[in-house]
Design a protein around this ligand. Structure first.
Ligand code: 13P
Length: 264
């Protein structure tokens, strides 16, 4: 039976400046000293990936360096884009793909997201595919269908050997940056259904090993009850990751929640 090490990511989005980002990273590093039972990643703005890599590299910290997006293409005439290989060169090991802000603000579709997933995996990165429904889709009872469609399209062509480098983040769009959080029961229900789709796409064993994170207004005050759910393996944190004390408290809530097997 596989066990899943909890994972907590801090998605800084387009926040921080060079010095405030460096000092936030230093505080997270200091606060994670001795935390070996949670995988922690920070996702700074792409402009600061190298300086933040410098902060992480100066310690024996196990904090992973992440990117918030990557190009679907390996190289070439794509002004403004950054390829997965270029990110890997800078020390990035995990990349967020299909975040709701890229889907709904920038306009990315499942086909582009799928090509990005395959580009990231192809360069050896861990890919964190984000899925989640809008408020109107939730109210129409379409949550599970939307998650399933985004998973099936986003993961098309992913091989069995790449599954161990997949993480899924369930981020209901209506809960992101709004202060509204899915109830632990609703989030668990969505996560269990997601794990079922992963079992169908890959295998029961593979699905049991994939971390499924919850994202959407996770705070120190609600993290523990969300993370206590059997299919919630940690969180992808936006606003609260910009405050080191809050982010560290959320990491603390993920300690000791290692889960195994169930759900699929
Ligand atoms: P908030 O935690 O600010 O709601 O953002 C969630 C998110 O989008 C993480 O990727």
């Amino acid at each position: 039976m596989s066990t899943r090490t909890p994972f907590v990511g801090g998605n800084w989005k387009m926040n921080t400046r060079l010095e405030s980002g460096r000092s936030l990273a230093r505080e997270v590093v200091a606060g994670c000293d001795g935390v070996a039972d949670v995988e922690v990643a920070i996702f700074p703005p792409v402009a600061y990936i190298l300086p933040i890599a410098g902060v992480l590299g100066k310690t024996d910290s196990r904090i992973l360096l992440g990117a918030q997006d990557c190009s679907s293409e390996p190289d070439g005439a794509f002004t403004g884009e950054v390829s997965a290989g270029q990110l890997a060169d800078c020390g990035v090991s995990v990349v967020i793909i299909g975040h709701s802000e890229r889907r709904h603000v920038i306009g990315e579709d499942d086909d582009l997201i799928n090509r990005k997933v395959r580009a990231g995996l192809g360069e050896g990165l861990t890919c964190m595919l984000c899925v989640g429904e809008t408020l109107s889709q939730r109210e129409a009872g379409e949550t599970d269908a939307i998650n399933e469609a985004q998973l099936r399209r986003g993961l098309e062509g992913v091989g069995p050997g790449e599954v161990e480098r997949l993480i899924i983040a369930y981020e209901p769009v209506w809960a992101i940056g709004t202060g509204r959080t899915a109830t632990p029961e609703d989030a668990q229900d969505a996560h269990a259904k997601i794990r079922g789709v992963l079992a169908d796409l890959f295998s029961g064993d593979a699905a049991a090993a994939i971390r499924i994170l919850y994202g959407g207004s996770v705070k120190p005050s609600n993290a523990a009850e969300l993370f206590a759910q059997p299919d919630i393996d940690g969180g992808l944190i936006g606003g609260a990751s910009l405050n080191a004390q809050d982010f560290l408290a959320i990491i603390d809530a993920a300690r000791g929640i290692k889960k195994g097997g169930g759900g699929a």
